[in-house]
Design a protein around this ligand. Structure first.
Ligand code: CUK
Ligand code: CUA
Length: 864
């Protein structure tokens, strides 16, 4: 048999059912002993372990901090699923290396300057009625005040919006309860305009603020021209949260420099840290964004700076839409309870959490019961009259998350390195759990929505001291998963993360996400529209216009069309690439060596790369994803020649070619292999049809993918036959080889479909049958017997029927085969296989189970 065919048949005919490895009694104890694990360790491991193919209950989107990305992982397994490129170029995804993603990245230019990183802090998921709807993810960049929008249908960044008046922005992104707006607060106060203003005029010309970005939840777009900014005092606005339920329509933002201190170590002033924490209290900003949004519709109410509508403090105050409430000094988190009534602010420099009551605040506002005014004329509400109460939690309380239990709240203690569980209604501390070390944010499951799910809290730690292998002075980050389903918390597992600081993370129930697996053919994935470079099979071309060369190329397993491109040095080369695949996970990557371009093309995607061919020479280009067995062959050449140079021909060195007889022999052989391969494919197709593959969606999808490949064969066959007619056997062989490639790809997916189908249609094994299958494998039977096939021993399908009183016969034979060596039937078998059935010393129970297993084999005999 031909080598190629041989490999393929092994693939196709090999058993579709994989035997499971199973561990014997005492194995668990042995592993625990060898690895020094306690019983609790094993329980924790079991609580977080996902067997192969298993899925997580929750999906987490974590800020990638200074890496400018978003990290996606599963809970409880803590397995990383993706890094979403946002503010930073990311080569694997082609982000920033192809023209379309570059266009998204460059939306983030500030005043014409390209910015290639971000300091991401707070991811947020879009909401409906305060619950996560799983459609969009927003995240802010503190360093360069920007918000990015990520589409959760394909986990790609679609928009980056620059805040044109802020110079930094920490307190974003926070969705309002129906995703009407995204809240973004400035951090470091600065002039709204882009001019120089001396620091001595800080109080007069530096400003804080909160931008309300209008959001279109259908299109997933921030609408800049419908957004507005509320001017605020230069108090260093920190974190925000949107009101919900009873407090819907209002926003809350805390701050930490009501002193308006501006430092000056170099002129002999005490440093910022001393001056900015001098007062006992700072201010919680309370604003009616719903009312302000209405005001922002009338020109009389705003001014425009750098294209941003600004509502002045004066206007906001005149319309009873902006208030201040004292809060303990240098606070950090501000978090609104699921019903919107309790607003918790943590001290950071204070050991208390302060719980404000919305109904009390609202009453003070409605009755204009003010305790005073700040220097900018903003009414101040009395702290005591606004408070529900305060609780002493420990050192350095920062952030809060809610659980599904009424009143239950979890707070991170930065200095104490603990998570504390308490009740914001009864103001009682319930439990504390140590973490390693210095937790910042913590992440509950939908823990900041109107419908928290409980179960887990993730502690997002700033340091990883003592936890992992030393990898040098720069340690990984450490996410620690804590089980909160019991009366007390239990730390389950650590996950090191080698990307930037994980400020905040949001978790959502996995079933709320509905990402797709392929695009409509020719999609520009960044806009969702049809790409101008969309190219279908047969439409590939190279267009020249002066020094501009535009290439319309396609990629499909396993070739790039075109495969040869010659341009003149200095030409501007634009290459549109379309991935023609519809098969799941058949991504092709693309690069041209030396030219610093890269694209990742998911099935159906079109994208563009562009470069100036300023280097003379020969440059291979190739597919960068190992997409098939012929992946290495998925390549071509870019040849850049200097039009002003004369090149000497190497024609006289040309190599010898094959004789006519040799060619004919090779052609015949190739055709014969293809015929035999096709027969194998037909046998798989027959199996699939007989077993009703189209009743199972996953199998049906795979079969569709397989036939996508198979359907390309007639066109290639036509080309091969034309070449034969024209007497060009060389070319005919190449086309026949192309047919073989398509067949291999068909078979590859076809076998996957067959495997999947067998798993679906085989009857479920009873516990006894399962044990029997195990005993069959472990007892060594499978060394000689392959179910469904004659191998070193007979096929055991139907063995129970082959003998009178079959079950007893089989049991006797397994237990004492020597006794039956002289039986004429057995004798014949021994002669045929040249082997004697050995005594495997099976126990009675094992023998019983094996017989049960044989019954299962017979029931499913048609599948083997
Ligand atoms: S911040 Cu980092 S721990 Cu930017 Cu929300 Cu509090
Ligand atoms: Cu396509 Cu490798």
């Amino acid at each position: 048999m031909n080598y190629k065919l041989n490999t393929l048949s092994t693939l196709v005919l090999g058993s579709a059912l994989t035997a499971t490895t199973v561990f014997g009694a005492g194995a668990l104890e042995k592993v625990m002993k060898d690895r020094g694990l306690s019983e609790n360790d094993v329980i924790r491991a079991a609580k977080t372990y996902n067997p192969t193919g298993g899925r997580d209950e929750f999906v987490v989107f974590s800020s990638g901090g200074q890496s400018g990305q978003v990290i996606v992982y599963g809970v409880p397994s803590m397995r990383i699923l993706k890094y979403i490129a946002v503010f930073t170029p990311e080569p694997w995804q082609g982000y920033g290396f192809d023209e379309d993603s570059l266009a998204v990245l460059r939306q983030g230019n500030i005043r014409g300057r390209e910015i290639n990183w971000g300091d991401t802090h707070h991811p947020a998921i879009s909401e409906k009625d305060g619950k996560y709807d799983g459609r969009w993810l927003a995240i802010n960049d503190k360093a360069n005040p920007r918000i990015a929008i990520i589409d959760l249908e394909d986990f790609e960044t679609k928009q980056i919006t620059v805040n044109p008046v802020f110079k930094s922005a920490h307190g974003g992104a926070f969705f309002t309860q129906d995703s009407e707006y995204i809240i973004e607060a400035a951090q470091y106060a600065a002039p709204f305009d882009n001019n120089y203003h001396p620091i001595e005029e800080y109080k007069e010309s530096y400003r804080g603020g909160v931008t309300m970005w209008k959001f279109d939840n259908e299109k997933g777009k921030i609408l800049e021209d419908k957004s507005y900014t509320i001017e605020m005092p230069p108090y260093m606005q920190d974190l925000s949260d949107a009101g919900k339920g009873v407090s819907h329509g209002w926003g809350f933002t805390n701050s930490f420099n009501s002193e308006m201190y501006t430092g000056g170590i170099e002129v002999g002033m005490p440093p910022n840290e001393a001056g900015m924490s001098r007062n006992d209290t700072d201010f919680l900003h309370v604003y009616n964004w719903e009312k302000l949004a209405k005001l922002a519709e009338d020109k009389a109410n705003y001014t425009v700076v750098n294209d941003m509508k600004i509502i002045s403090m004066k206007t906001a105050v005149a319309n009873d839409a902006l208030f201040l409430i004292p809060e303990p000094k240098s606070p950090h988190g501000v978090d609104v309870s699921p019903d919107g009534e309790y607003i918790t602010v943590c001290g950071k420099l204070d050991t208390h959490a302060s719980v404000y009551l919305w109904s009390k605040i609202k009453k003070l506002i409605d009755t204009k019961d003010y305790a005073g005014k700040d220097p900018y004329g903003i009414p101040i509400l009395d702290m005591k009259k606004s408070l529900h109460g305060q609780v002493e939690l420990g050192l350095g309380p920062l952030h809060n998350q809610y659980s599904n239990v009424d009143g239950e709240i979890y707070t991170s203690l930065y200095v104490d390195s603990q998570i504390v569980k308490w009740n914001y209604k009864t103001l009682k501390v319930l439990d504390k759990e140590n973490v390693h070390y210095n937790v910042g944010h913590l992440c509950g499951m939908e823990g900041k929505s109107a419908d928290p799910q409980g179960k887990y809290i993730i502690s997002l730690n700033k340091l990883a001291i003592d936890r992992f292998q030393n990898v040098g002075p720069l340690h990984p980050q450490n996410h620690q998963l804590i089980d909160i389903s019991g009366k007390t918390m239990d730390l389950l597992v650590d996950m090191p993360l080698p990307l930037g600081e994980p400020h905040q993370a949001v978790a959502i129930r996995a079933e709320k996400l509905h990402p797709h697996v392929r695009y409509k053919m020719g999609t520009n994935t960044k806009t969702g529209e049809q790409h101008i470079g969309k190219t279908l099979a047969g439409q590939e071309k190279i267009v020249r216009d002066g020094n501009k060369v535009t290439i319309f190329a396609t990629m499909v397993r396993s070739h790039i069309n075109p495969e040869r491109i010659t341009v003149n040095k200095g030409d501007i080369v634009t290459m549109h690439l379309t991935n023609l695949e519809r098969a799941q996970d058949e991504t092709h990557g693309f690069t041209v060596d030396h030219y610093d371009v890269h694209a990742s093309l998911e099935p159906g995607e079109t994208t563009t790369i562009k470069f100036t061919a300023d280097l003379e020479g020969v440059f291979p280009y190739y597919c960068t994803e190992f997409c098939s067995a012929l992946h290495l062959e998925m390549m071509g050449y870019l040849m850049v020649k200097d039009p002003n140079k004369k090149y000497e021909s190497a024609q006289k060195l040309k190599m010898a070619t094959m004789t006519a007889e040799q060619l004919k022999a090779e052609y015949d052989k190739t055709v014969a292999v293809n015929d035999a391969t096709d027969a194998v494919i037909q046998s798989v197709v027959k199996f699939l049809k007989e077993n009703g593959y189209d009743k199972h969606v996953t199998v049906k999808d795979l079969v569709t993918d397989a036939f996508d490949q198979y359907g390309q064969i007639p066109a290639q066959k036509k080309l091969a036959d034309e070449a034969v007619k024209a007497g060009d056997l060389e070319k005919a062989i190449l086309f026949e080889n192309m047919i073989w490639q398509l067949m291999v790809k068909t078979a590859d997916v076809g076998i996957r479909a067959k495997d999947a189908l067998v798993r679906l249609v085989a009857t479920k094994q009873t516990p006894a049958q399962e044990r029997g299958s195990r005993a069959f494998d472990e007892g060594g039977c499978s060394g000689c017997h392959v179910v469904g096939k004659v191998s070193s021993g007979p096929d055991l399908t139907g063995v129970l029927q082959r003998h009178e009183n079959g079950e007893k016969w089989v049991a006797d034979f397994i237990k004492d085969p020597e006794k039956m060596y002289d039986d004429p039937y057995i004798k014949g078998m021994i002669d045929y296989f040249n082997l004697k059935m050995p005594n495997q010393h099976m126990s009675d129970d094992e023998v019983k189970d094996i017989i049960e297993y044989f019954k299962w084999v017979d029931e499913n005999a048609n599948l083997f």
